[in-house]
Design a protein around this ligand. Structure first.
Ligand SMILES: O=C(CO)[C@@H](O)[C@H](O)COP(=O)(O)O
Length: 216
């Protein structure tokens, strides 16, 4: 299992120390949530923070754009150090073009879907992307409860990916913790994003390790 702690739940006053903690942990990726106050009702952080964080780690930067018109900013996120750039299905009028742009900029394109969006709508774009981010809460805020319907979405998606032999990862984001990690793994997820469960825990590194090995 790939574990991608979401720095949205970290202590921004001690961001360098939080990055160090992740570097010393079994975390595979840094998950970075960018919100614009338009696509979602929240504003998080953006390019300058990602640029600074980039200096602290070699780990992969998994950038989740919860923004309108992501095509305007893709080049800037490539320069800031994003490795995977995920845009929302619901935010893109020309998704195929947006995906090509992300690839042309040297990043792996991901597509995120909100809880109400059926995985079947991704059928024609799956061969062109490297990851599907399945939102297991409504986007915008950390600390929400996991939506159980997600398990079925992951199973359906995984079947389709395997059926066509595609190299596409399934990432789950929202309310992920030690109580659902194993079931998500069994449903076919490859990547777990966890914010509150990691950064609000007394021992974040232990939680990361348990998520990675799904041994809660
Ligand atoms: O994208 C989002 C929220 O929109 C997530 O990445 C959250 O940041 C996950 O936080 P928890 O639900 O794990 O606290």
């Amino acid at each position: 299992m790939i574990v991608a702690p979401s720095l949205l739940a970290s202590n921004f006053l001690h961001l360098e120390a939080e990055a160090r903690m992740l570097n010393e942990s079994e975390a595979d990726w840094f998950h970075l949530d960018v919100m614009d106050g338009r696509f979602v009702n929240n504003i998080s952080f953006g390019l300058p923070i990602i640029q600074q964080l980039r200096k602290t780690t070699q780990k992969l930067f998994d950038v989740h754009l919860m923004i309108e018109e992501p095509e305007k900013y893709a080049e800037a996120f490539a320069r800031a150090g994003a490795d995977i750039l995920t845009v929302h299905y619901e935010a893109c009028r020309h998704l195929h073009r947006n995906i090509q742009q992300i690839r042309d900029l040297g990043m792996i394109p991901g597509v995120a879907i909100n809880p109400h969006t059926p995985v079947q709508l991704l059928q024609d774009i799956l061969p062109d992307i490297g990851m599907v981010l399945v939102m297991s809460v409504n986007p915008g805020f950390g600390g929400q409860s996991f939506i159980p319907h997600t398990y079925q979405k992951v199973k359906t998606l995984r079947q389709r990916i395997d059926q066509f032999g595609l190299d596409v990862k399934i990432e789950i984001d929202g309310g992920v913790d030690l109580s659902n990690a194993r079931q998500l793994s069994e449903a076919g997820a490859h990547v777990l994003v966890a914010g509150s469960a990691v950064f609000h825990a007394p021992d974040p590194r232990q939680v990361i390790s348990s998520l990675k090995h799904c041994d809660a």
